[in-house]
Design a protein around this ligand. Structure first.
Ligand SMILES: Cc1ncc(COP(=O)(O)O)c(C=O)c1O
Length: 406
């Protein structure tokens, strides 16, 4: 019997979840595997945040919360956006959801008609495409090559917009590349978008605090104030506060859009978990020193991985500007032959090779629609990352390259 509807047919299981499952299976079979597949901070949620949830539960905050989020949390988000981003949003222009993932779903579900086009900047976080497909929209991939720091150019954006374009999704710093956009980058993209008043912009800023080299974060709606009334800013506490399991994200945008998203959410999950909302409120209102500690740790790991990759002939990596991933080029090994006589045809073969030969679980670039690359997460200690890179180095020297490495 067929259970899944045709709506689900185009949706493939998440590649990073698949890689992590393969890593778990290999580990269970006794293999020594380092899993650099999944993207979540390896830190604990700071204790004052956990304590706020505890106190909220004891104080009876255990009933259905409002669908769009508790007023306390929406106020905390409003204050955060003003304080950190210079953005003005009132609590009724804010929605709280079960993670940023649900904000993305709410936003797209509330607005997409069948066959509406959604512009995705490849390589991109795979869930964007899957949500669009589930909603019978049309994902349109714009290739953003390494030669431009994996950033969208105004020319490529201009060429991709059609009368069917409903959304542009931007993500900065980016998963999987760590790409960041400066003021000028955003303003020139904004100029293109000004010519197309029907295009909405979703700016996924969930990695905003994991930004390196003393760069200051700039929200899309601040760089392009003329577009603010068609921007949905998406953010959450998962990455900045090591709170992936609490499932709290939020979106800020025009009141009518937020109202439509609230309607969607009311039919799916209602309000997000009440005690998790109390925890997120404490995260946003409380001391921010742990956020800085996490960022500095990620920056130090980024430096380590960049140094290690530079020592491996055939792999390439420009320093990621933020987030906790490295999107490593492996072009030189496509077509290479393993000691068993197998040819590595693409980056999926390359990641299968490093899983088998080096015990390293990584996600192939094909999962993000830009090959040949593989993504590792740097959410692991420096010791583990060093061991992982040493093992990759030892594995690739056993390959017979298709042409001499330069
Ligand atoms: C770019 C991006 N957006 C959104 C999310 C979802 O975050 P959340 O845990 O808040 O649902 C992730 C998680 O990996 C992500 O990488």
């Amino acid at each position: 019997m067929e259970f899944a509807s045709s709506r689900l047919a185009p949706v493939k299981p998440s590649a990073s979840a698949w890689v992590s499952q393969a890593a778990k299976t290999a580990k269970a079979a006794g293999e020594d595997i380092i899993d650099l597949g999944l993207g979540e901070p390896d830190f604990d949620t700071p204790p004052h945040i956990v304590e706020a949830a505890h106190q909220a539960a004891l104080a009876g905050e255990t009933r259905y919360p409002p669908t769009n989020g508790t007023l306390a949390l929406r106020k905390a988000v409003s204050d955060k956006l003003a304080r950190e981003n210079n953005l003005t949003y009132s609590p009724d222009e804010i929605i709280v959801a079960n993670g940023a993932k649900q904000v993305l779903f709410d936003g797209l579900m509330a607005t997409l008609e069948p066959d509406d086009e959604v512009l995705l900047c490849a390589p991109y976080f795979g869930q964007y495409k899957d949500i669009v497909l589930i909603l019978s929209g049309k994902p349109v991939t714009i290739s953003c090559p390494a030669s431009n720091g994996f950033r969208l150019t105004p020319e490529a954006l201009d060429a991709a917009i059609t009368p069917k374009t409903r959304w542009l999704i931007l993500n900065m710093p980016s998963n999987p590349t760590g790409a960041v956009y400066n003021d000028n980058d955003l303003r020139t993209l904004g100029k293109v978008l000004e010519k197309h008043p029907d295009v909405l912009i979703l700016s996924d800023e969930i990695y905003e605090h994991i930004l390196f080299d003393d760069a200051a974060f700039l929200s899309f709606a601040v760089a392009c104030p003329k577009l603010k009334d068609r921007v949905l800013t998406v953010n959450g506490v998962s990455k900045a506060y090591a709170m992936t399991g609490w499932r709290i994200g939020y979106g800020a945008g025009p009141k009518e859009l937020i109202a439509a998203m609230t309607k969607v959410q009311s039919q799916i999950s209602s309000g997000a978990c009440s005690v998790a909302q109390a925890a997120a409120t404490a995260a946003l209102n409380g001391p921010q020193d742990e956020v800085l500690r996490f960022k500095l740790a990620f920056e130090s790991r980024r430096n380590l991985v960049v140094d290690q990759v530079a020592q491996i002939d055939g792999l390439t990596l420009a320093p990621p500007g933020g987030a906790f991933y490295a999107y490593i080029g492996c072009e030189a090994f496509i077509g290479a032959v393993t000691a068993d006589g197998e040819t590595l045809k693409d980056d999926a073969d390359f990641t299968a090779f490093i899983l088998k030969e080096a015990g390293i679980a990584a996600v192939p670039g094909s999962a993000y629609e830009l090959s040949p690359f593989f993504r590792i997460s740097t959410a692991a200690s420096e010791g583990v990352l060093k061991t992982a890179m040493d093992r990759i180095a030892a594995a690739v020297v056993t390959l017979k390259p298709r042409k001499p490495l330069t």
